[in-house]
Design a protein around this ligand. Structure first.
Ligand SMILES: [Mg+2]
Length: 158
């Protein structure tokens, strides 16, 4: 099985600093459908608080898709600290068989670099995605999370 580990801020939700959060955080039925179609369990891995994560995924109406939230108040270190990734890695491996694959989605390169040291498959979600091939720790890069999940969905259909 594949485990899908998602950063939250600027990966699943794009923040618009000019608008109040209750305006731009809206229900997202398409994202909900795409997450629901992931062939494996989904997790949030954020440097934000658990409250922040639950608040956003509730407002987007995507909460049902997530098995667990790793946040600044539920693990000891923050991304990109290698010890933070180690605790998530060990937690996932404790629950599942060790040869399973972890897909990791994040907008920040330094986080993908740390993830790669644990053998995670890395997806860079960033407007600068075309430069992703320059980094040996980036496996795939996409302009946004929906484009990425549609790509994975199509792979599954083949
Ligand atoms: Mg982020």
């Amino acid at each position: 099985m594949v485990h899908f580990v998602f950063d939250l801020d600027d990966t699943l939700i794009i923040h618009d600093k000019k608008l109040p959060m209750n305006i731009y955080v809206q229900e997202d039925l398409e994202l909900d459908r795409l997450l629901n179609n992931c062939k494996g369990e989904c997790y949030i891995y954020t440097n934000g608080t658990l409250y922040h994560a639950l608040n956003i995924i509730n407002k987007m109406n995507i909460k049902r898709n997530f098995h667990k939230v790793y946040s600044r108040d539920t693990i000891d270190f923050m991304k990109p600290d290698i010890r933070s990734f180690q605790s998530v890695h060990l937690d996932l491996k404790a629950i599942y068989k060790k040869d399973e694959t972890i897909f990791f989605f994040d907008d920040l390169l330094e986080n993908l670099r740390s993830a790669k040291s644990f053998g995670w498959v890395t997806f860079w979600i960033n407007p600068n995605f075309v430069t992703g091939h320059q980094y040996n720790f980036v496996d795939y890069s996409f302009k946004d999370i929906k484009t990425c999940l549609i790509y994975l969905e199509k792979l599954n259909d083949i």
